[in-house]
Write a protein that binds this ligand. Structure first.
Ligand code: SF4
Ligand code: SF4
Length: 293
């Protein structure tokens, strides 16, 4: 579906959600496995080893068909590392009109998969590889340099937020579509390797504001989203948590990316970007984020 059509299609889906209760968006872990072990990863908290169990393509086809038949048209595929299941990605490609993938970028997703890829880079080579593992920065660039499906997805914390301008410059120089950011969000079950105080959040907000002024077209975080990020506590209402569907790799329903995401200390891009009233204030960023297929 072309980008312009999509901008009209979403209001229609949203109308159906409000009028008939048909949820149109879902987020799904398609694997619990990953080939990295990043310092800040919540996914493997409490586990010594990554899961080796994978579901068959047939199981995934049944799950995707169920979602499509229930009204889901936009699906965000995450993990673990979704590029470890190219077969499941290509299956989703045949079923859903809108797909976003969050990937660590170390395994190239084939060009036929013409959808938006959010590829994680958390700083310069030195800082990124300290967080994500030796050689990861160069592998990502080798796989994706010049690929306009890519939007860099950066997690901001006090350890790396001063790297934001470098990452936006890298996006421009590498031919990527731009950069989005999450502020590091802990879990509410005690997992918090990157403790973020109020002062840290404010420093991150100032840096986002500064870099947005320098690169308004490449940093795809709108002023409205920056305001959302400046408040940590979103326990009252969150469109992403309340109105989208969320599933772990066993297809277990959950509220957000992690079972225990701490809504009182949220910095999730999905929370900041998703609600329709917010979307009205960020059409420029949205146009860039939607991929032209
Ligand atoms: S790439 Fe993602 S899932 Fe894998 S270890 Fe890093 S943060 Fe966790
Ligand atoms: S962690 Fe953030 S994005 Fe997720 S449900 Fe809670 S408030 Fe929403």
């Amino acid at each position: 579906m072309r980008r312009r059509q999509a901008l009209f299609y979403f209001p229609w889906l949203e109308f159906k959600r409000i009028a008939l209760g048909v949820k149109h968006s879902a987020e799904v872990d398609i694997t619990d496995n990953c080939n990295l072990k990043c310092r800040h990863c919540y996914h493997f908290f409490g586990r010594d080893e990554f899961s080796k169990k994978e579901e068959s393509l047939e199981v995934w086809e049944n799950r995707f068909r169920l979602l499509f038949e229930s009204g889901v048209r936009f699906i965000l595929l995450v993990g673990g590392e979704p590029a470890l299941r190219i077969d499941v990605l290509m299956l989703a490609h045949r079923i859903f009109p809108f797909i976003f993938v969050i990937t660590n970028g170390t395994k190239r997703i084939p060009s036929e998969f013409a959808h938006r890829l959010f590829v994680s880079i958390d700083g310069s080579r030195e800082v990124n590889d300290h967080i994500r593992g030796k050689g990861v920065y160069d592998r990502v660039l080798k796989n994706y340099a010049g690929d306009d499906r890519v939007v860099i997805n950066m997690v901001l914390a006090k350890e790396n937020y001063t790297e934001l301008e470098h990452v936006v410059r890298l996006s421009v120089d590498s031919g990527f579509t731009g950069v989005v950011c999450n502020i590091y969000t802990p879990r509410n079950d005690g997992y918090n390797p990157w403790d973020l105080g109020d002062g840290d959040r404010q420093a991150i907000i100032q840096e986002l504001t500064r870099v947005k002024a320098l690169y308004p077209r490449d940093l795809l975080v709108s002023e409205t989203m920056i305001k959302w990020y400046s408040v940590a506590d979103h326990r009252g209402h969150c469109y992403w948590g309340d109105e989208a569907l969320h599933y772990g790799a066993s297809f277990n329903p959950r509220r957000c990316f992690a079972d225990n995401a701490d809504c009182a200390n949220c910095g999730c891009l999905a929370g900041a970007a998703q609600s329709p009233p917010m979307m009205i204030h960020q059409t420029r960023e949205l146009r860039s984020i939607l991929y032209e297929v």
